[in-house]
Design a protein around this ligand. Structure first.
Ligand code: C5P
Length: 255
C-alpha cells in the first residue's frame, strides 16, 4: 500500500515536469489534445500561433479543465506595457509567462512586480515569470555581427540569466546544452525550462541539437517542453506516459 502511494506521488511529481507544446492553429485541435493528455501532463504551452488564433479563450478553456498553462508569448516592450500585459495574463490564470531578457532589467522588474501585485489583489497564485535569453535560432556569428553582442552564446545566456535573477524573475527558458552552466550559476531554486527534447529513437524534426528527457533532467532541467514527439505520435497518451516514466527514473525516484 505504502509502495503504491509513493509510486503515485512520484508519477505525479514527474508529470508536473512535462510541458506539452500545443502548436496548433485552432481551439478545437488544442482542446482535443488537452482532453486526451491532461491526466498525464503537468502543463500545456500555448504559443503565438494558438494565442493569435484563439485568443484568451485558449487559456480559459485549459484552466477550466484543471490544467496549468505556460503562455509562451515572449513579451518584449517598454516596462509599462509589459507590466500591464502581465497583469491581464495573470488575471486569466496562467501559471507561467515568459518575457525577453533583452528588454532589460527595468522591464523584467516591472513584469515580476506586476505578476506578484496583480495576483495578491485577486487572491490567486502568482504566475512564474521566466526570461527568454538568446534565441536558439541565433548562432555566435549572428550574435556578434548582427546584434553586436560580443562573446559566445553561452556567455550571453549566462549574463541574461543572472540579470533575470537579479530582476526577481523565477527562471529561464534555454536550450538543453545550457542547462548545466545555468544550474551552476543561478542555483538550485532557479527554474530551467528546456525545449529541444527528443526521446531516444524519435525524429528530431527541425531541432538541431536535442537531448533525451533523462539527460536533460539529470543536468538539472526543471521542466521539459515537448511538442511533436507527443502531439504528432500515433498514440499521444502512450508517448506522454513514456516520457513521464523516463523523467521519473532520471529523477532517481525523487520526481
Ligand atoms: O515539437 P517540438 O518538441 O520541437 O516543440 C518544441 C516547442 O518549444 C515549440 O513550441 C517551439 O516553439 C518551442 N521552442 C523551441 N526552441 C526554443 C524555444 C522554444 O523549440 N529555443
Amino acid at each position: 500500500m505504502v509502495i503504491n502511494i509513493s509510486f503515485l506521488e512520484e508519477e505525479h511529481m514527474s508529470k508536473e515536469k512535462l510541458i506539452v507544446a500545443l502548436d496548433v492553429d485552432s481551439l478545437d485541435k488544442a482542446v482535443t489534445l488537452v482532453e486526451q493528455l491532461a491526466p498525464h501532463v503537468g502543463v500545456f504551452k500555448i504559443g503565438m500561433e494558438l494565442y493569435n488564433s484563439a485568443g484568451p479563450d485558449a487559456v480559459r478553456q485549459i484552466v477550466k479543465r484543471g490544467s496549468k498553462v505556460f503562455l509562451d508569448l515572449k513579451l518584449h516592450d517598454i516596462p509599462t506595457t509589459v507590466a500591464k500585459t502581465v497583469r491581464v495574463l495573470t488575471r486569466l490564470g496562467v501559471s507561467i509567462i515568459n518575457i525577453h531578457a533583452g528588454g532589460g532589467l527595468a522591464m523584467m522588474q516591472a513584469a515580476a512586480s506586476a505578476a506578484q501585485d496583480e495576483a495578491a489583489v485577486r487572491g490567486i497564485k502568482p504566475p512564474k515569470v521566466i526570461a527568454v535569453t538568446v534565441l536558439t535560432s541565433l548562432d555566435q556569428n549572428a550574435l556578434n555581427t548582427q546584434l553586436n553582442i560580443p562573446g559566445t552564446v553561452e556567455e550571453q545566456v549566462l549574463r541574461w540569466a543572472k540579470l533575470a535573477q537579479q530582476a526577481g524573475l523565477h527562471g529561464v527558458v534555454c536550450s538543453p546544452r545550457e542547462i548545466k552552466a545555468i544550474r551552476e550559476t543561478c542555483g538550485e531554486n532557479f527554474i530551467i525550462i528546456t525545449p529541444g527534447i527528443r526521446p531516444a529513437g524519435v525524429s528530431k524534426n527541425d531541432q538541431q541539437r536535442v537531448m533525451t528527457p533523462a539527460e536533460a533532467v539529470k543536468l538539472g532541467a526543471s521542466y521539459l517542453v515537448v511538442g511533436r514527439p507527443i502531439t504528432g505520435a500515433k498514440e499521444p497518451v502512450q508517448a506522454a506516459r513514456e516520457i513521464v516514466n523516463e523523467i521519473s527514473k532520471a529523477s532517481g525516484g525523487n520526481g
